[in-house]
Structure formats: C-alpha cells, structure tokens
Design a protein around this ligand. Structure first.
Ligand code: MN
Length: 229
C-alpha cells in the first residue's frame, strides 16, 4: 500500500510530464494573542472556531484557486484586493475573507495593550465626525444597518479623509468593484453571525457595543498614520 502524500503526488505528476502541484501559497497565521485574551467581550470558543475553522476555510479555498489563477501566487494579499475584479467569485469571497480576518485579529488586543487613539487620529476623527463618540455611533449604525453578512469599516479615503462605510459578504474597501466606497481600512468589524452568535445569539448591537472594549487603538492609530503619509 502506498501513501498519497503531496510529495508522492508531485513526483508522480513530474514523472508523467505534468507540472508539479503548486505548494500552498497562503497561510493562516496564528492569532496574535491567546484565544481567551478578549474575554469576556469575545469568548474563547468563538475565537477558536472563527479563526481555526472559518478563517482557515477562506485560506484553504483561496489556495484551491491557485490552480485556476497561478498569478495569485505573485500578489500580496493587499494587492489582490485592489485587482479583485480580474478574478472569479471564489477569489473575491475567499481572498476577501482571508484579508479581512487577517486584519480583524490585529485590530483587537488583550487588556493593557489596547491604547487609545493617537493625537493625530483623534484630531482627524473630530474633524470628520465631531468626536470619537459620534464616530462610534455612526460606525455602529453601519454595523447594524448591514443586512445579512458583512463588515463595517472606518477608512481613509483617497482624499485622506476619514469615512465610515460597510460592505456585504467578504468584500472590503480595497476592492476595485463598482459598488464599493474605496479607501484604506484602518478599523473593521465583522458582523457575520459566526463572529458573535455563540455568545450574543442574534444581538448584533450588544456584540458591536462590547467589541469597542477590545479595539487595538495602537494598531488603528498606526494604520491611520501609514494611510495618510
Ligand atoms: Mn468572520
């Protein structure tokens, strides 16, 4: 009995004159903190399933598209979003899903590492929305107003202004799609039910309110600085 390992399959393909099977290009990074580090606001089991199953599935499904679109292997995840219209719906959904989740984990942090908005970010928020509280109010409206699955975003527009927007499914503001308000996301909230259902059931508003407690303002401020450079 022989084993159908990837290496054996690749060797068999080479022997048959077929191209070797491409190595998996995109990988699931570990969470940047322990799965229970966001408790009690985001529970450990939700984090484990969200990262280990949902995010992992986007990575696996994106890698499966490398056979159809080998050029994806030459693109950074971020660059892929900006030319997503060149690909199919599977790349849009899973490439978007991989980018969005990779970002989402970094936008949250354990207690003691969350910081607060930098002076520059706070001034920009005040200029665009009046205050941080008012920005949060509008962001929450975007999160609650998104029908079905999707994301709420705080973005830096091409004019270097802040704006709040939302996208359906796994779309994001970097995508070159006609119905998307484009910009650089510096904060984003996953409002798919898989992000909150175990702890909050159908109460998306309660999830969104509590999520503000775990926002990594150090990272949001850093992303703001990079986006306005
Ligand atoms: Mn998700």
């Amino acid at each position: 009995m022989s084993y159908a390992t990837p290496i054996r399959l690749a060797m068999a393909a080479m022997a048959a004159g077929l191209p070797a099977i491409a190595a998996a290009q995109f990988t699931l990074a570990p969470l940047p903190y322990a799965a229970d580090a966001l408790e009690p606001h985001i529970d450990k089991m939700t984090m484990e399933i969200h990262h280990g199953r949902h995010h992992a599935a986007y990575v696996n499904n994106l890698n499966a598209q490398l056979k159809t679109f080998p050029e994806l292997a030459n693109l950074s995840l971020e660059a892929m979003q900006g030319q997503i219209s060149k690909f199919n719906v599977a790349v849009r959904n899973n490439g978007g899903g991989h980018y969005n989740h990779d970002l989402f984990w970094k936008l949250m942090a354990p207690e003691g590492q969350r910081g607060k908005p930098s002076g520059a970010l706070e001034a920009a928020i005040a200029a665009s929305f009046g205050s941080v509280d008012e920005m949060r109010k509008r962001f929450d409206q975007a999160a609650l107003g998104r029908f079905g699955s999707g994301w709420a975003w705080l973005i830096v527009t091409p004019e270097k202004k802040l704006a709040i927007t939302s996208t359906p499914n796994q779309d994001n503001p970097l995508m070159d799609l006609p119905d998307i308000q484009r910009g650089t996301p510096i904060l984003g909230l996953d409002v798919w039910e898989h992000a909150y259902y175990l702890k909050y059931q159908n109460k998306r508003g309660e999830y969104a309110t509590n999520w503000w407690n775990v926002v990594n303002w150090n990272e949001v401020s850093r992303r703001y600085d990079a986006a306005v450079k």
